[in-house]
Design a protein around this ligand. Structure first.
Ligand code: NAG
Ligand code: CA
Length: 539
């Protein structure tokens, strides 16, 4: 079936990804005849690992979670063939810290991807950031190498763009993508356009060699990222080489984009078009695993790095479904993510897990699948989800919601307690920046940092997923919930050793002026004089 799909030429697209699939399928057909398609038995216990991480895609963007515009037939069938996680969380409501947590298995406050320049501020890695992922952190691909995995990242890195912080320095063997968000275009004199890398060399810049038309929303980047993914999978499968693919395409992050074939095809404009192309790409990747005969040897996990950016809505934002607010906040809309695990023959099809999970679990789970232990010299926040994946068991564990250096909230079972509430400042709000458009909840979506540590606001997320009805403090339910939550928070705070904050300093001189490889391309720009300052994180 899938084989025929890939060979069919009735699609009007003449996209490189399709061509590659076509050629690969032909080669595969020959190799199957020669009996090279099957994995060697000794590799059976070490599955390939694919993590597909979306950018700012919301929980409510998937058809399976009720999105009425139904742009995700491939993701919906991935869920039907695998396990759906309705209670899965990012480690932070923003890109960089969430991604650092995924790859280290540790909360940002431990791995250093946070700031102490202000209280409870979201920080990330814009071009002027001096820091990046600390060399003292151990990243997932670094550990996977011990079992001979070949590791590739495709798309957005976001853990620092200076040479010492780039993916090939941190356990990845290959990279195609960019270190920062695809913001721009810039004029290259006071701010350079973001470079696109192939491995450790830049091959161009966004808006130059890698075009994004902000007027029409057209870009071929998702197709390029798809082709990179299919090529990589194909070559590793042919070599019977266990691999880790971290597929981090970013079309659903503003400015959202899609290639021509997908533009104008969804029910909700450009954002939906980007989702359509992502969904198509997920389908292509899963199909290629079938065609190559490695679907039963490959663990695939799909999720997103933070909630939909509702402050960019409705044109450039996804949906957080029934949840409150979005990106940048520690309400459910900021951190509850779509999540699907897929591994035919190993993960029971059509299952739903009520396990509370986080992106940090992908670190621990992947290592466990590879037969490796998590580092034992540091605190790891990730959980090995293998018992959940194979037997749908439930493991009791809390979820911590951090904003910068502050634990804002915690979830224990169905209860979520807010110790601090904040959307953004009145100053920003009055400028039109709204993290909770149409969703103000009095006393909850506050515009000052409001402390509730003496008497947290508690919601029951089962009955009230939208965090609209605080449980009255005079009820027995409140007291019982609090008595369960308090020891969890006390223990967490007692044991917490905050990492050295890496996102405090900024400097225009460290921007992507002259990335490695710029000489050959004649694309080196002149950096201004170094003038470091303490970065200002307004929210
Ligand atoms: C995308 O690729 C097509 C086909 O090669 C090309 O015609 C089009 O100009 C490209 N679009 C952008 C925005 O680069
Ligand atoms: Ca993001």
């Amino acid at each position: 079936m899938h084989f025929l799909n890939m060979l069919s030429c009735d699609n009007p697209l003449t996209l490189c990804a399709m061509d590659v699939s076509f050629i690969q399928s032909l080669i595969l057909f020959c190799s199957l005849i020669w009996g090279l398609g099957a994995q060697s038995p000794e590799n059976k216990t070490i599955p390939n690992i694919i993590i597909m991480l979306m950018d700012d895609m919301g929980w409510g963007d998937l058809g399976i979670f009720g999105q009425p515009s139904k742009e995700t037939p491939n993701l919906d069938s991935m869920a039907a063939q695998g396990m759906l996680f309705p209670n899965f969380y990012s480690a932070n409501p923003l890109c960089s810290p969430s991604r650092a947590s995924l790859l280290t298995g540790r909360l940002p406050v431990r791995n250093g991807f946070y700031t102490t320049n202000g209280h409870a501020r979201n920080a990330y890695t814009p071009q002027e950031i001096v820091g990046g992922i600390s060399k003292d952190e151990i990243l997932l691909p670094q550990v996977l190498k011990k079992k001979g995995y070949i590791n590739k990242i495709i798309g957005k890195w976001h853990l620092g763009h200076r040479p010492q912080h780039l993916p090939l320095e941190r356990g990845f063997d290959e990279w195609f993508g960019a270190p920062n968000c695809h913001f721009g275009p810039y004029n290259n004199s006071d701010r350079p356009n973001i470079p696109v890398y192939k491995n450790s060399q830049m091959v161009g810049r966004y808006y130059e060699e890698f075009r994004i038309d902000k007027k029409t929303g057209e870009s071929n980047l998702t197709q390029i990222y798809l082709k990179e993914g299919l090529d990589f999978i194909y070559h590793q499968a042919m070599a019977r080489q266990p691999f880790f693919l971290y597929w981090a395409a970013d079309a659903t992050h503003a400015p959202v984009y899609a290639s021509k074939h997908f533009l104008g095809k969804s029910q909700r404009g450009r954002y939906g078009d980007a989702v359509l192309e992502m969904d198509y790409s997920v389908g292509q990747i899963l199909d290629s695993l079938h065609v190559l005969g490695i679907d039963k040897d490959t663990f695939v996990f799909f999720t997103s790095d933070n909630g939909a950016a509702v402050m960019s809505g409705p044109k450039q934002s996804g949906s957080n479904g029934p949840f409150l607010c979005g990106k940048e906040t520690t309400f459910e809309g900021g951190m509850r993510e779509p999540a699907i695990a897929w591994w035919p023959g190993r993960i029971p099809a059509g299952t739903v897990s009520q396990q509370l999970g986080t992106v940090m679990d992908l670190f621990s789970t992947s290592l466990s699948l590879a037969g490796l232990n998590v580092p034992d010299d540091r605190a790891i926040d990730g959980l090995d989800l293998n018992p959940v994946l194979h037997n749908n068991t439930l493991i009791n564990r809390p979820i911590f919601y951090y904003r910068g250096n502050e634990m804002m909230a915690v979830r224990v079972g169905p209860y979520k307690a807010h110790y601090w509430t904040w959307s953004n400042s009145w100053e920003e709000f009055n400028k039109g920046i709204d993290f909770c458009p149409g969703q103000e909840v009095a006393g909850v979506t506050t515009h000052i940092q409001k402390e509730h540590t003496m008497q947290p606001i508690i919601f029951h997320l089962g009955r009230d997923p939208g965090e609209k009805y605080p449980i009255s403090v005079v009820t027995k339910e409140y007291q019982e919930a609090l008595s369960q939550i308090t020891p969890v928070v006390d223990k967490h705070k007692q044991d917490l050793v905050p990492g050295e904050p890496q996102l405090n300093m900024c400097d225009m001189a460290v921007m992507n002026w002259a990335p490695p490889g710029c000489e050959q391309l004649r694309k080196c720009l002149k950096a201004p004089k170094s003038q470091p300052w303490k970065c200002d994180w307004p929210h």
